[in-house]
Ligand binder design. Structure first.
Ligand code: TYD
Length: 133
C-alpha cells in the first residue's frame, strides 16, 4: 500500500565546499540498483508518470529543485513533496504514481530495481484498479 512507501534520509557528507550524497547497494537502499534515469527540462505545468509497475521498485530523489509525487494503491492516496537531495522516496511495486508541480530547473533522479521493460507498466488507470482487486 502507499503506507509502505517511506522517505529515507540517505544522509550527506557536508563540508565548506558543498555536499555529497551517496547511495550504495546493501547499505542505504533496500534493493539492488539496476538502472538510473533522470527527468529534467520539464516545462512548467507538465505532469509525468501516470502509470503503475507490477514489479519495479524505485528510489526517487529531487537532485535539484522540487516536485510532488502522488501515490495511489487503489484505495488510498498520498502526496509527497520532494525538495531536498538527501531525501529519497521509496516507491514499492504495484502503485499508481503521478509527478507534477516541478520547479524550474528541477531534476528527478530515479534509482530502479530493474532494467527498462514496457511489459512491467500498467498505463491505464482502469486496468490498474482491476489488477488491485
Ligand atoms: P515513462 O516511464 O512513461 O515516463 P514518465 O513516467 O516519466 O512520464 O517513459 C517515457 C518514455 O521513455 C517511454 O517512451 C519509454 C522511454 N523510457 C525508456 O526507453 N527507458 C527508460 O528507462 C524509461 C524510464 C523510459
Amino acid at each position: 500500500t502507499v503506507f509502505d512507501c517511506s522517505i529515507i534520509d540517505v544522509s550527506k557528507v557536508h563540508n565548506k565546499a558543498g555536499n555529497i550524497t551517496v547511495v550504495e547497494n546493501g547499505k542505504n537502499i533496500p534493493f539492488d540498483v539496476k538502472r538510473i534515469y533522470y527527468l529534467y527540462d520539464i516545462p512548467g505545468g507538465e505532469a509525468r508518470g501516470g502509470h503503475a509497475h507490477y514489479e519495479l521498485e524505485q528510489y526517487v530523489i529531487a537532485a535539484s529543485g522540487s516536485f510532488n509525487i502522488m501515490l495511489d494503491d487503489g484505495e488510498n492516496r498520498k502526496i509527497v513533496t520532494l525538495n531536498s537531495p538527501n531525501l529519497a522516496l521509496h516507491i514499492v511495486p504495484g502503485l499508481w504514481r503521478e509527478l507534477d508541480n516541478f520547479s524550474s530547473g528541477s531534476i528527478s533522479l530515479v534509482l530502479a530495481s530493474h532494467l527498462y521493460d514496457e511489459k512491467d507498466y500498467i498505463r491505464e488507470y482502469e486496468q490498474f484498479l482491476k489488477f488491485k482487486k
